[in-house]
Each structure stands twice: as structure tokens, then as C-alpha cells.
Design a protein around this ligand. Structure first.
Ligand code: CIZ
Length: 303
């Protein structure tokens, strides 16, 4: 089948199954072009929950589809690339969380959405990279266990010095590989371009940047910026939306390594196959859905 035919079939199946297609901002261009919604993981899951679709087709990685299931327990959630995982989410297990809780019994557990449903379920609050600082600042607890990303956690720690924050040693291998030297070198080549990076980057990289923010915050910042050229320190997939929204601007990737293979596993053929067969369903235990949902709801209260 050629590309146009696959897209046509997907649209027909989507209609007949009353499905909605979600694509994360780090997905391949053709997948973002096809999707009903593109955005960050939480934004997508919330938008899908607000629709009357019976089926959510998630183009992203596993923890994202789990979040969609937690927020839409009565909808069928399908993950197109069933092997697409998140190394950062895999860097903390429920056992690790319980050990940290034993070590710091007074601390509230604040968990970044990039985590498994099981880890969310034993957390007090969830957060995103957009609201992590505000949430940690606003919650009543003075002591916090922030998991699983130590770089985002360090960024929160720097911005919320009034709280005691304990970190674990997780990181996103894609963002973590960037060094201060990469920023200095690319600035040398493009001296007029501001550098915008994701808070999953190392603290020394964030310290060199002109702006640090989530994918949503980077998109907003670029729209507001008068710069004609911007250096971007997050996954290359975000270029699709950046270019679409800012056709007059030029974007430079901070490092060629900013390319997450798990995020690029989703292919058009697989979207078609999954919609046709209704396979790759995400099923979660009802207690996990309930407890993880409570951590997500507490996040909405305090951010
Ligand atoms: O939570 C997300 O969607 C990710 C991976 C990043 C972000 O900043 O939105």
C-alpha cells in the first residue's frame, strides 16, 4: 500500500471505531501530521479523556499510554509501538520508591509523569516538567522525594531552596548526554541564536541556557521570541511543531544525539495495523488506576 492509501484507511478505521489518535511531540513528522492531537504526554491524555472517543490510539511510549488509561479507564487504549519504552521511567521501580520512603518517612513522594503506572500509584503527587517547580513549592510538605529524573529534580531544588529535596539517580539518556562544552561550541557557531533547553538536561547545561522549559514551554517561548534562529536542546521530533508554527524561523539542534529511538518506533503501517486489529491494548489493574489517578489529581490541585 502506498502512503496515501494507508492514511485513507487509517481515517476510515478511525471513524468506524470511534478512535482518536494522539502523537507526542517527539514522534516522527508523518505521525504528528496524522494525529488528532499532538502535545506533551499529560496534555494528550487529558485531551483524549475529554473526547467521546471509545478508543485512544497512542503514538508514543508505554508510560504515556498508561497515563491515558489512568485518565480514561473506560476507554480502550492502544499503544502503537508496543516495545517503545522510556529508559528514564525504567530507572526506578516500586521497590526503590519504598526504600526511599523508609529512609525519609516524612517526605512526600513527587513523581515525574515519565514513570510507570506502578510507581505513580505509590506516589503522593505526580508532576510534569511544566509544573514541577510550582507543585513542589505549593504542596504543604517541607521534605520531598523527587523521582525519577535527577536533572529535573536538581532544577526544582535550585528553584525551591526552601524545601529539602531528595533525588534518585535516574536520567533521560538523550538529554543527559549533552555537555556544557556542546553549548559553548554551538553558541560559538551561532552567536546570535538563544539556547532553549529541556530541564532533563544536566544542571551545568541548563545553567548555560537562555531558557529552560518543558516541550510546551519551549513551543511558547519560541512563538514569543523575536530571534530568527534558535538552538534547541530537546528531542528533534519537536522540530515538526516548531517549524509549523514558526515558518520564518530557523532551528538548530543543540546536539545530533537528541534523537530518541523509542519515540521514533511508531510507523504509519503500524497505526493502520493496530486500528484494524485492535491489538496492543494497555490494561492496568483497577487499584493501580485508582491510586495513580489520585496522585495525578493531587497534582492538578497544587500546580
Ligand atoms: O511529558 C512529556 O511529554 C515529556 C516527555 C516532555 C515534556 O516536556 O513535555
Amino acid at each position: 500500500m502506498d502512503k496515501e492509501t494507508i492514511i485513507e484507511r487509517i481515517q476510515e478505521l478511525k471513524k468506524s471505531k470511534n478512535a482518536v489518535i494522539l502523537a507526542h511531540l517527539y514522534q516522527n513528522d508523518e505521525i504528528q501530521e496524522l494525529a488528532d492531537f499532538t502535545g506533551d504526554s499529560l496534555e494528550l491524555s487529558r485531551k483524549a479523556a475529554a473526547t467521546d472517543a471509545d478508543v485512544i490510539v497512542f503514538c508514543g511510549v508505554r508510560f504515556m499510554a498508561e497515563t491515558a488509561k489512568i485518565l480514561s479507564p473506560n476507554k480502550k487504549v492502544l499503544l502503537v509501538a508496543m516495545n517503545a519504552g522510556c529508559p528514564l521511567a525504567d530507572m526506578i521501580t516500586p521497590k526503590d520508591v519504598l526504600e526511599m520512603k523508609n529512609k525519609y518517612p516524612q517526605a512526600a513522594v513527587v513523581t515525574y509523569v515519565n514513570s510507570s503506572a506502578e510507581v505513580k500509584a505509590i506516589s503522593d503527587y505526580c508532576c510534569t516538567s511544566s509544573n514541577a517547580i510550582g507543585l513542589v513549592r505549593n504542596i504543604p510538605e517541607k521534605e520531598v522525594i523527587f523521582i525519577p529524573d535527577m536533572n529535573l529534580g536538581s532544577y526544582v531544588k535550585k528553584n525551591v531552596p526552601e524545601k529539602t529535596i531528595h533525588l534518585n539517580e535516574g536520567y533521560c539518556p538523550i538529554h543527559h548526554q549533552i555537555n556544557e562544552q556542546d553549548v559553548l561550541e554551538i553558541r560559538g557557531k551561532h552567536p546570535n541564536a538563544p539556547v532553549y533547553v529541556h530541564p532533563e538536561c544536566k544542571p551545568e547545561v541548563s545553567a548555560q541556557a537562555d531558557f529552560v522549559g518543558s516541550t510546551a514551554a519551549i513551543l511558547k517561548k519560541v512563538l514569543q521570541s523575536v530571534a530568527k534562529e534558535v538552538i534547541i536542546g530537546t528531542d528533534k521530533g519537536i522540530f515538526y511543531r516548531l517549524k509549523k508554527e514558526n515558518p520564518d524561523k530557523n532551528f538548530i539542534l543543540l546536539s545530533p544525539g537528541l534523537y530518541c529511538n523509542d519515540m521514533k518506533m511508531t510507523r504509519l503501517e503500524d497505526v493502520h495495523e493496530v486500528l484494524k486489529s485492535m491489538k496492543n491494548e494497555i490494561n492496568l489493574n483497577a487499584n493501580i488506576i485508582k491510586s495513580a489517578g489520585m496522585a495525578l489529581n493531587r497534582m492538578l490541585k497544587y500546580s
